[in-house]
Design a protein. Structure first.
Length: 114
């Protein structure tokens, strides 16, 4: 199982970023996926979740209305569109494969600062 995140970077408050997570080594369309965030000095927290078929999504209260999780099962990729970014969104974002054989990506850094 391999999960490779990309799309992180530095952005000013109010800006946008789109994270991608390319998956391989398992049947992607059968797996629910999620994005987690770990801010400096804090525990990793769930940001967004999407079901295997994409029909069900859930978000942390702190990102509702600003972030959108989606997936393309033909491309084995899950995305996180992040709009209206705030300094408190700063952290390392991890892609996560849900299920009995869970897996984590290496993470991608997002920094929101003026």
């Amino acid at each position: 199982v391999q999960l490779v995140e990309s799309g992180g970077g530095s952005v000013q408050p109010g800006g946008s970023l789109r994270l991608s997570c390319a998956a391989s080594g398992f049947t992607f369309r059968w797996s629910a996926m999620s994005w987690y965030r770990q801010a400096p000095g804090k525990e990793r927290e769930l940001v967004a979740f999407i079901s295997s078929g994409g029909g069900s999504t859930n978000y942390a209260d702190s990102v509702k209305g600003r972030f959108t999780i989606s997936r393309d099962n033909a491309k084995n990729t899950v995305y996180l569109q992040m709009n209206e970014l705030k300094p408190e969104d700063t952290g390392v974002f991890y892609c996560h494969k849900e299920g009995l054989q869970e897996a984590w990506g290496q993470g991608t850094q997002v920094t929101v600062s003026s």
